[in-house]
Design a protein around this ligand. Structure first.
Ligand SMILES: NC(=O)c1ccc[n+]([C@@H]2O[C@H](COP(=O)([O-])OP(=O)(O)OC[C@H]3O[C@@H](n4cnc5c(N)ncnc54)[C@H](OP(=O)(O)O)[C@@H]3O)[C@@H](O)[C@H]2O)c1
Length: 338
């Protein structure tokens, strides 16, 4: 595909909402927070002023889509994003999520709640923290949530749309069958799920293509592994979730940092991903755009430099069909590489 201007924006599923083809993920900028038993859930210490500068630099570089969640940094990510956007709030599309409980005072997670009453409370609180009167994309954050309960929540989201509190909604889940339950609602427009060069998701991508939903790609850089900067066996700082990864976080081992076999795979892809002047990171994002016309990757960031490199991927566009085929050959999964 020719890399032209039109590759820099995408439509968010069937909502008609236009977004930059790259969103910015705001988990890391929430700062440190912890599970009840002391496990890190953030990405270590962050500098709030640098985060604000990074958000504003992203805006200047054409990024118009930001993904956060109420529990990132136990509310801090939403507050910081609201502050960074300021008067430019109407220039962007804000996605946030609900379903997890937390204590802002102690910065700890506190279980989850999938009740409709909590959804309404959580929405009110997110609006307040973000300093806005509506959320553009509201996402159910419980990956393995109960489908029957989800049907109730889907109908509640339709009510939120009628009330003007949200414009569209989606489920943050890696399970296509669950995503399909939400997709029955007319204003459901996205599935947020893991997708990157190391973790393909053919079922969810196929669902998004069939039902015209956006495939919003979390962990598009495999939590930093695809940037090529990690060294095998080098431990990460204690407040970083990758230093003590939960079971759903592959590629890192407790106390030992990035896994060598993942890093070897990244190295095997370096030539093809960087062949047109892209950095490795930009090549990983370019693969996602070529993977499907529905994808919108949302890489995390914690500095102006990262914001610039990631936003710089936009103008370079998707990988070509030949490059995709080469990636497929290297990874031994020709069928998924288109
Ligand atoms: N729905 C869910 O359950 C869920 C789960 C996970 C993520 N998400 C969303 O998806 C977003 C992105 O996923 P993610 O945060 O898991 O991981 P990711 O985007 O794969 O990796 C982001 C991390 O990579 C590093 N990085 C980013 N750009 C870089 C660059 N240009 N050069 C070097 N390093 C760079 C940064 O961390 P370091 O500098 O510390 O290495 C950054 O925090 C999140 O922010 C969040 O909005 C949602």
């Amino acid at each position: 595909m020719e890399n032209t201007e039109r590759n820099t924006t995408r439509t968010l599923g069937r909502s008609g909402i236009q977004v930059s083809a790259l969103g910015f993920g705001c988990w890391a900028i929430g700062g440190e927070w912890w599970s009840a038993d002391g496990q890190p859930l953030g990405w270590g210490k962050v500098d709030d002023e640098e985060s604000v500068r990074a958000v504003r630099r992203a805006l200047d570089l054409g990024v118009t889509f930001f993904d956060t969640a109420d529990n990132y940094g136990t509310g801090h990510s939403e507050r910081l994003l609201g502050r960074a956007l300021g008067k430019r709030r109407d220039d962007v599309v804000i996605a946030t999520k609900w379903g997890n409980l937390f204590d802002e005072r102690t910065r700890t997670a506190d279980g989850r709640d999938d009740s409709p009453a909590h959804a309404r409370r959580a929405l009110t609180a997110s609006l307040e923290r973000l300093g806005t009167d509506h959320i553009d994309l509201y996402q159910f954050h419980i990956n393995d949530g109960d489908p029957e309960r989800a049907a109730e929540l889907r109908d509640l989201c339709e009510e939120f749309v009628r009330e003007g509190l949200i414009r569209a909604y989606g489920w943050s889940t890696d399970d296509a069958e669950r995503a399909a339950v939400f997709a029955e609602g007319p204003h459901c427009t996205a599935v947020q799920h893991a997708l990157n060069l190391m973790q393909d998701a053919p079922d969810v991508v196929a669902l998004c293509e069939k039902l015209n939903l956006a495939s919003v790609n979390r962990s598009p850089l495999a939590m930093g592994l695809l940037t090529g900067k990690h060294m095998a066996g080098r431990p990460l700082e204690a407040g970083d979730i990758r230093s003590a990864p939960p079971t759903w976080l592959p590629g890192f081992t407790r106390g030992r940092g990035a896994d060598r076999d993942w890093l070897d795979r990244v190295e095997s892809l370096r030539d093809v991903l960087t062949s047109e002047g892209r950095t490795l990171t930009q090549g990983a994002l370019a693969w996602l755009w070529a993977r499907s016309p529905r994808t919108v990757p949302i890489p995390g960031f914690r500095s102006v430099a990262q914001a610039e490199e990631n936003a710089g991927a936009l103008e370079k566009g998707p990988l070509t069909a030949e490059q995709m085929a080469e990636v497929g050959r290297i990874l031994g999964r020709e069928a998924a590489a288109r």
